[in-house]
Design a protein around this ligand. Structure first.
Ligand SMILES: NC(=O)C1=CN([C@@H]2O[C@H](COP(=O)(O)OP(=O)(O)OC[C@H]3O[C@@H](n4cnc5c(N)ncnc54)[C@H](OP(=O)(O)O)[C@@H]3O)[C@@H](O)[C@H]2O)[C@@H](O)CC1
Ligand SMILES: [K+]
Length: 504
C-alpha cells in the first residue's frame, strides 16, 4: 500500500469525485457515515458526545457525524473553533443542516468558553485533518491542550489534530487520541515514533476512494503487507539440490560474542541456504561447531578465504572491533564485488572509516539500528529526518539501508518500504543477528537484493509475531524467532498479487 503525502490525500478525494463521480458533499456524507457506523457498532451512541470541529472539511466530517449520531439517539454537543477563516462550502452546508436539527452548537472564540469535559464524555476530534499545514498555535493549541488534560476518551477523525500527514512539527501540540478513525489508508506520520502515542489504536475506514488513483501516482514510501512479501517468495524445484540454494559465508563471532554468530548462522540455515560456512576466531571454532552442526567452519587466523567460492557474504554479528577485524573487513571490501550484508560491528568499523563507504558493492544490505545509523551518517533531529536521510543516501551510495525499528524502513534507490510485522518483544539483543542470517540466506539463494531486504525484514517480524503466541513481549527470545521461521515461510505460501508489482 502506498503512503501518500498530504497533497496526494486531497488529490485522492478529488480523483474519486471526478471519476466515480460523486459530489464533494456526498463523499463527506459517506466518510461521516463510516465513522458513525463504527461509533454505533461500538455503542458510543450511548455516551454524551462532545464533537470539536474546525471550519475545514475535517470539521465538516464532524458536523456530519453530529447529525447522524443525533439521528441514532445520541446526546451531542458541537463546538466549533473560530480561528479567523471562513468555513469551506461543505462545512457551511452541513452547518446549515445541523442547525435545523440541534441548538446545541457553540462557537469557541477564547479559552474562557472551553467546555468542562467530564470523564464519561466521548470527545470527537474533527478540528484539523489532512489540510493541516502549520503547527497549532494560540486558540487551537490551547484547545488541544485543554482536551489532552481531560480524562475523557478521545476519537480522532482521519488524523489527530496538530499532526501533519507527511511532516513533523517539533515541539508543537498534538491532540492525543485513544483511537484514530482514518480514511482509506494509514498515514506516513503514524509510522513516526514521535507521533505514535497520539494516534492511539488505528482503524482504517474504507470510504470508497477509488483504488485506480494509486496507479497514477509515485509515492515516496510503501507499506509492505503480507501479499507483497508472499509474492517475493521463490518456489523450489523438486529436482533441485543444495547447490541450487547458494553457499553463504558468515564472518561473525568473537570472544564473549559467539552467541551472535550462532544466532545468525542458525537463522541463515533456517532460511533456505544450501550451504553455510562460518568464519570465526580459532577459539570460537568448537563453540560454533557444537551449536550449529549443519554449518562448516573456517578460522579467521587463516586469513580471508577465496571469497569467489561464495554466493553471498555477511559480516558483523559479534565480529569485534580490533585492528584484526578491521583489516579483515577492509580486505573483504576490496575483493568482493557482490552484494553483501553488513551489520553490527562491521557498521561500527565503517562509521570510523566512512571513506570506505564508496567501496561497498552496489546492492549490499546495511542493517543499522538508529544509533548505528547516526554514527555512520551523522545525527538526526528526529525520526522523519533520519528516514529522509536514509532514503537520500540509498540513492547516493547504491546500497540498501535497513533502518531497524518498530516499523523497519528499507530504503533503496531513493525510495522506501516500511515493514508491518514484528512486535516490541523483539527489542532484545540478538534479534538483529537473526535478521542478518535471514538476509544472507536470501541473497545466497539469488534473491534480488531489494527483494531480499523486503522479504527478509517481513519474515523476521512475522516469525516474531508467530513466536509471541507462545511467549510474552518480555519473555520472547531471538532464538524463538529462529524456531518460528518455518511457520513464517509457510504463512507466505499463498497465491496472491501485490501492489509492489513483483508477482511471479
Ligand atoms: N471532499 C473532501 O475533500 C473530503 C475531505 N474529507 C475530510 O477533509 C479533511 C481535509 O479537509 P481540508 O482540506 O478542508 O482541511 P482541514 O484539515 O479540515 O483543515 C482546514 C484548514 O485549516 C487551515 N489550517 C491548517 N493548519 C492550521 C493551523 N495550524 N491552525 C489554523 N488553521 C489551520 C487550512 O487553511 P488555511 O488557513 O491554510 O487557508 C486548512 O485548509 C480530511 O482530513 C478529511 O477529514 C473527507 O470528508 C472525505 C471527503
Ligand atoms: K482530526
Amino acid at each position: 500500500m502506498k503512503l501518500l503525502s498530504a497533497q496526494q490525500c486531497q488529490q485522492w478525494d478529488a480523483y474519486t469525485m471526478q471519476h466515480e463521480p460523486i459530489a464533494s458533499i456526498d463523499l463527506m456524507e459517506r466518510a461521516g457515515l463510516k465513522c458513525t457506523e463504527w461509533l454505533i457498532e461500538h455503542k458510543y451512541n450511548e455516551m454524551p458526545l462532545l464533537i470539536f470541529c474546525g471550519k475545514g472539511n475535517n470539521g465538516g466530517d464532524g458536523l456530519v457525524i453530529a447529525r447522524q449520531m443525533i439521528a441514532a439517539g445520541a446526546a451531542v454537543t458541537v463546538y466549533i473553533l473560530e480561528y479567523g477563516s471562513k468555513g469551506t462550502d461543505d462545512f457551511q452546508r452541513n452547518l446549515e443542516k445541523l442547525h435545523r436539527l440541534s441548538k446545541d452548537i457553540h462557537f469557541i472564540q477564547s479559552p474562557a468558553v472551553f467546555p468542562v469535559i467530564e470523564q464519561d464524555h466521548l470527545v470527537i476530534d474533527a478540528l484539523f485533518g489532512t489540510g493541516l499545514n502549520r503547527p497549532l498555535h494560540d486558540l487551537a493549541a490551547a484547545l488541544a491542550e485543554h482536551i489532552n488534560q481531560s480524562n475523557a476518551k478521545v476519537i480522532a477523525i482521519d488524523v489527530p489534530s496538530g499532526m501533519p500527514v507527511d511532516n513533523f512539527f517539533v515541539d508543537a501540540p498534538v491532540l492525543r487520541a485513544h483511537r484514530t478513525l482514518t480514511f482509506q489508508s494509514l498515514k506516513y506520520a503514524f509510522l513516526l515514533p514521535e507521533y505514535g502515542k497520539y494516534t492511539g489504536d488505528i482503524t482504517v475506514l474504507d470510504i470508497g476512494l477509488m483504488h485506480s488513483y494509486l496507479s497514477t501516482i509515485d509515492a515516496v514510501a510503501e507499506l509492505v503487507e503480507q501479499q507483497d512479501a508472499a509474492c517475493l517468495l521463490k518456489g523450489r524445484d523438486r529436482f533441485s539440490h543444495k547447490g541450487n540454494y547458494g553457499h553463504a559465508l558468515l564472518l561473525a563471532g568473537n570472544k564473549g560474542k559467539m552467541g551472535a554468530a550462532i544466532l545468525a548462522a542458525k537463522a541463515c540455515l533456517r532460511s533456505g541456504v544450501g550451504l553455510l560456512t562460518t568464519c570465526v576466531p580459532d577459539d570460537g571454532l568448537p563453540i560454533i561447531q557444537t551449536a550449529v552442526s549443519e554449518a562448516m567452519t573456517i578460522v579467521r587466523e587463516a586469513g580471508l578465504p577465496d571469497i569467489h567460492a561464495y554466493s553471498a557474504i555477511a559480516a558483523g554479528p559479534g565480529l569485534g572491533l580490533s585492528t584484526k577485524e578491521k583489516d579483515l573487513l577492509f580486505n573483504l571490501l576490496q575483493q568482493n564485488n557482490k552484494p553483501m550484508v553488513l551489520d553490527a560491528d562491521a557498521l561500527t568499523i565503517l562509521s570510523q572509516h566512512t571513506e570506505k563507504l564508496t567501496s561497498i558493492p552496489p546492492g549490499s544490505l546495511f542493517t543499522p539500528h538508529p544509533k548505528e545509523f547516526d554514527r555512520l551518517f551523522g545525527t538526526s533531529e528526529d525520526t522523519l529526518e533520519r528516514y529522509r536521510k536514509a532514503i537520500q543516501l540509498s540513492a547516493q551510495y547504491h546500497f540498501i539501508i535497513i533502518l531497524k525499528g518498530h516499523r523497519t524502513l528499507v530504503a533503496a534507490h531513493g525510495r522506501a518500504w516500511f515493514n508491518t510485522t514484528g512486535n516490541v518483544g523483539m527489542a532484545k539483543g540478538g534479534s538483529g543477528d537473526v535478521l542478518t542470517g535471514i538476509l544472507t540466506a536470501l541473497l545466497a539463494q539469488g534473491y534480488d537484493p531489494l527483494h531480499a531486504a523486503i522479504l527478509g525484514v517481513y519474515l523476521h517480524g512475522l516469525a516474531g509475531d508467530i513466536a509471541l503466541k507462545q511467549q510474552s513481549v518480555e519473555s520472547l527470545l531471538p532464538s524463538d524467532l529462529i524456531e518460528s521461521l518455518g511457520n513464517a515461510f509457510n504463512r507466505l505460501k499463498i497465491n496472491t498479487t501485490s501492489s509492489l508489482g513483483c508477482s511471479g
